[in-house]
Write a protein that binds this ligand. Structure first.
Ligand code: AP5
Length: 216
C-alpha cells in the first residue's frame, strides 16, 4: 500500500509515520529527514537545500523529485511506503504519479491531517529533536523522561533551526499557497481521506489505523 501523509507543518505526520511504519511494515520516506541529513553531511544537495530550509521555503522541485524517485525504487519500498512531506506542489504530485505509473504502481491513499494553525504553532515551537538519532519530543505533549536528554540514545535534545517563530509562520504561509491545492488534486483522484490532525497522538492513530491492514 502506497500512502501520502498530507498536512501542514506540525500536523503530526512524522510522529504518526513512525508508528505506522512499525505497525504495518511500510517504508517511511520523509523528504525533510533526507534533506536534513544531506545538510548535516555537507553533500552537494545539502548545500543547495540549506538556505531554503532555514527560511522555511520549499527546496526546488527537481531536487526533491529525484530524491524521492530514487528512494522508492529500492527493494525495501516494494511492499509499500508512507510519503511524509512529499508531494508538496502540484508538479511534485504529477511527477510522483508519472514515476509510479512507470513502476505499475499508484498512490492508494492520501491521509490529509486537517490541523488548526494555532495547534501547528504550539507543536512546532515546543518540539525538541535528538541531535544524534533524530527522535522527536515535545516539551509538553511528549516530554522526554530526563530534561534535555533523548530517551533512546542519551543524545542532547535541540530545537530545529526552522522551528523559530518567524520561520514557522513562513512555513505555514508556504503550505497554504503551495501545498494547499493538493487537497483538491487528490480529491479529484478519489484517494483523499480527511482526519482531524488536532487530536492527540493516540486518538489520531486510532482514527487512521482503519486505513491500513496488519503486517503479516
Ligand atoms: P519537513 O521536515 O517535512 O517539515 P514539515 O512539513 O514542516 O513537517 P514537520 O516535521 O515540521 O511536522 P510534522 O507534521 O511531521 O509533525 P511532527 O510529527 O514532527 O520539511 C522541512 C523543510 O524541508 C521544508 O520547510 C522544506 O524547506 C524542505 N522540504 C521537505 N520536503 C520538501 C518537499 N517535498 N519539497 C520541497 N521542500 C521540501 O510533530 C511536531 C511536534 O508535535 C513534535 O514535537 C511532536 O512531538 C508533537 N506532536 C505530534 N503529533 C502530535 C499530536 N497528535 N498531539 C500532540 N502533539 C503532537
Amino acid at each position: 500500500m502506497n500512502v501520502v501523509l498530507l498536512g501542514p507543518p506540525g500536523a503530526g505526520k512524522g510522529t504518526q509515520a513512525k508508528v505506522l511504519e512499525e505497525k504495518f511494515g511500510l517504508l517511511h520516506v520523509s523528504t525533510g529527514d533526507i534533506l536534513r541529513s544531506a545538510v548535516k553531511n555537507g553533500t552537494e544537495i545539502g548545500k543547495k537545500a540549506k538556505s531554503y530550509m532555514t527560511r522555511g521555503e520549499l527546496v526546488p522541485d527537481l531536487i526533491v523529485i529525484d530524491l524521492v524517485k530514487e528512494r522508492i525504487s529500492k527493494d525495501d519500498g516494494k511492499k509499500g511506503f508512507l510519503l511524509d512531506g512529499f508531494p508538496r506542489t502540484e508538479r511534485q504530485a504529477e511527477e510522483l504519479d508519472k514515476a509510479l505509473g512507470e513502476m505499475k504502481r499508484s498512490v492508494d491513499k492520501v491521509l490529509y491531517f486537517k490541523t488548526s494553525p494555532s495547534v501547528s504553532v504550539k507543536r512546532l515551537s515546543g518540539r525538541r529533536v535528538c541531535k544524534v538519532c533524530g527522535a522527536n519530543f515535545h516539551l509538553v505533549n511528549m516530554p522526554p523522561k530526563r530534561q534535555g536528554i533523548c530517551d533512546y540514545c542519551d543524545g542532547a535534545l535541540i530545537q530545529r533551526n526552522d522551528d523559530t517563530e518567524a520561520t514557522i509562520n513562513n512555513r505555514l504561509r508556504v503550505y497554504e499557497s503551495e501545498t494547499g491545492p493538493l487537497i483538491g488534486y487528490y480529491k479529484k483522484e478519489g484517494t483523499l481521506e480527511e482526519v482531524n490532525g488536532d487530536l492527540d497522538v493516540k486518538e489520531l492513530f486510532q482514527n487512521i489505523r482503519k486505513f491500513f491492514s496488519e503486517k503479516k
